[in-house]
Design a protein around this ligand. Sequence first.
Ligand code: ATP
Ligand code: MG
Length: 265
Amino acid sequence: MTSRKYIIENNIFGDGVMNIINRIPTGVPGLDELIENGLPKKRSFLVSGATGSGKTIFSMQFLYQGAYLYGEPGIYVTLDERPELIREDMLKFGWNIKRMEDEKKVVLFDATVSRLGIDSGETTAYSENTFDYKKLLLEIIRAVKETNAKRIVIDSIATLGIYFDGSDHIREAILEMIYVFSKLGLTALLVSELESSTNKYSKYGVEEYVADGVFVLKYLDTGIQGINRTLLIRKMRATKHSSEIHPMEITDNGIVVKNIDDYNL
Ligand SMILES: Nc1ncnc2c1ncn2[C@@H]1O[C@H](COP(=O)(O)OP(=O)(O)OP(=O)(O)O)[C@@H](O)[C@H]1O
Ligand SMILES: [Mg+2]
């Protein structure tokens, strides 16, 4: 029986159709079963964690497997790491991003701040000399329409935020972005930063409230072989999700989410 809450939530953008929530697979083994078989479609989720916790690998896996396994083209907007390094790193997991780009199934959109005003040689790159968020959003929209993308990653929102003056403007920009992505039919992962000194799951303390869900990735010094990374679903609107801390492994094929019972401790 579909609850009234689900129906109402699914019509948040007023498409007028009474549907149950549509979900898309994450592409991360072990994760979908913890969130009612996938992410609610056309919504935005925060991937939060400290440096080295696996945010980029997790997000690229969502994008790459979305295109490779499920036929959903995707756009990866990188603000921190240079595209050529991402291609190189991800090849280790057997993810040939270059080939997917050639087949127009993945776009690696270069918005790295280090190259502002310098030609990066990338075919899809933010082209202005000074950063303009609105123009960046327009260029992303163009790329989405050209590829018929269904998935998008912004890596990272924390870096995007440095261009805004105060948390109100950041909140406004993130809300706008989330709204535009949803209107375009995109399911989005927004990479964030975990502020370990506070209880915040995001750098500016607003992202976690406007996103529809929050994944928290952690690197722990447990001393137990195989269990030094965890994933927690801190929030997932419209979803009965696991509230446990799950061990997470970075294998030769990418990220795998496990249950603590999988280990003989
Ligand atoms: N091929 C691999 N096999 C196993 N673990 C790996 C492999 N490649 C990277 N890692 C682990 O993943 C970490 C990097 O993951 P990732 O780049 O996704 O982190 P991140 O959270 O995006 O970090 P940052 O905030 O600095 O961007 C490395 O520090 C390493 O521990
Ligand atoms: Mg990263």
